[in-house]
Design a protein around this ligand. Sequence first.
Ligand code: AHR
Length: 633
Amino acid sequence: ILDLDGASTHIKIQPTMYGIFFEDINFAADGGLYAELIKNRSFEFDEPLTGWKQPNTKTLSPNLDSGFLIIHTDASKTNKNYARITVLNDKNYLLENEGFRGIGIHQGEKYDFSFYLENVSGNIKEMKAELIDEKGQSIVAVSIPVSGKGWQKYAAVFSPKRTVEKAKLQITFVGNGVVNMDMISLFPQDTWKGRKGGLRKDLVQKLYDLKPGFLRFPGGCIVEGRTLAERYQWKKTIGKVEDRENLINKWNNGFAHRLTPDYWQSFGLGFFEYFQLSEDLGAEPLPILSCGMACQFNTAELVKMEDLDPYVQDALDLIEFANGDISTPWGKVRAEMGHPKPFNLKFIGIGNEQWGEDYIERYKVFEKAIHAKYPKITIVSGSGPSPDGEFFEYGWKELKKLNAQIVDEHYYNSPEWFLENATRYDKYDRKGPKVFAGEYAAQSVGVVKPENKNNWLTALSEAAFMTGLERNADVVTMTSYAPLLAHADGWQWTPDLIWFNNLSTYATPNYYVQKLFSNNKGTDLLKITENGKALTGQKKLYSSAVFDEKSKEIIIKIVNADIQPKEMNLNTKNLRFGDKMIKIILSADTLDTENSFTSEPIQPKENSESIKRGKISTEIPPKSVVILKINKL
Ligand code: AHR
């Protein structure tokens, strides 16, 4: 028997309560959300021919087989490399790109193929491009006449008649001679909102369906870099895509799963696109910037305090880029990129997952400078990687003293931990900084173990824990599961919220938990108790309740982590309600059930039940998450 009080608790559920944590890990950006299909399109990787092959070239120059490619550089450019191709026998020379674990091609769609070429010797007449399947069979081909002098941009459209998950691009020439080539690119035309060179539509749709309150970007450890030189620098990710300097990805050869020695960042998805995506999703942008500390799990390189200024300036300039009007230098850059209206940035994060005195010292400088110029911007600070360790305690103590506004906490832990910690925030200081539960996920095997699964146990335990986040909405104002995306053939970290391959995507049970909470977050917290106490695991039951001002619904979330069904009877106070309720159930037969590309056995099922004689009572199935929605009269 639960007691639900309809009287206001005066605690608002923040619109930012459930958001998205985006990081380019697991091929989430290049090879994922960013719809470019050619890997290493401008030959900038450390090994400039990564992703490229010349199957008929046996040796490099001098060579009598077919032709060869040599990397040349143009020091005046940010992306310095280009390919000089010498075709000796045009019947034979072949240049091939493997894509990101193959190139996904959908029948009936159109693909924009483009490249820059300089006809150096003047005797190459034509370039042919073909998509081939894994057996080497042609899928579709185009011929592009080559003419004129100097660098020129060429374009063609592929209209494949077959769907292939792991195609390759093959390039051949007509005529023997020398050409230079750069930015060889292939994009589906059917991107999110049809933007040229845009984002993968099916993946953005999944994010959109979450109705996220915020979008945190670009990470994660990627913000910090293994070294300071490899940190994420937003200014290098805006402007023309071909001028965005490529950088090795911090997750190249990631430690959990060594399948990705070819992981770079093209920054085609850069800060402008992140802001634009936030706008599309209706989510508050939450950019996170380097605080002058490289990843403390790698080199832990530190910028000296006297050299911190450029880092702080990056933060100030970013706020101007997002919010400044077009008469400001950075506002003008934004306008020139096609967004004269400000992005209305409200939050900025300083450092990702940093800890210790070094962090606090640097945070202070950022805080002072940002709030001196932009007092209305809310700053998110970090508390390090462990939820309860020594550094975490230290960070919180210091940040409290400094009146920090929002503190980011990260915890990856066992399902048991999540089930046992639904009361975590009950004891937090109501007058201290707010909490951003910025990265969390239940790990079925152990933290960063490649065997981790997105099974029902992990999702159920997260749901139980999330009732605790919601019950503490006066302290917890932002939350996000992490990581968000993972390519089935190119990941470094598991579990992840959404899995995809080159053609399709599936939602994990954890995704549906996030979606149910976010889509039913309501606006005002209500009090739901059993014998005067919040339900935080008694008889393996967990609960939270909210009212939604807009829909006038009372929304109750109940998690039953037991293997027995439970009969729930609700006593209500200060409430008048209709005679129907919507009941959404998320459940699975076994705790190790998972969703996959071929089937999603775990998805919400919705039905309607009638409320008889004003008595709300219903069964909560075993191992289930139940959402009840009742109209308030
Ligand atoms: O989400 C994966 C990683 O976990 C993030 O990059 C980092 O912040 C945390 O350690």
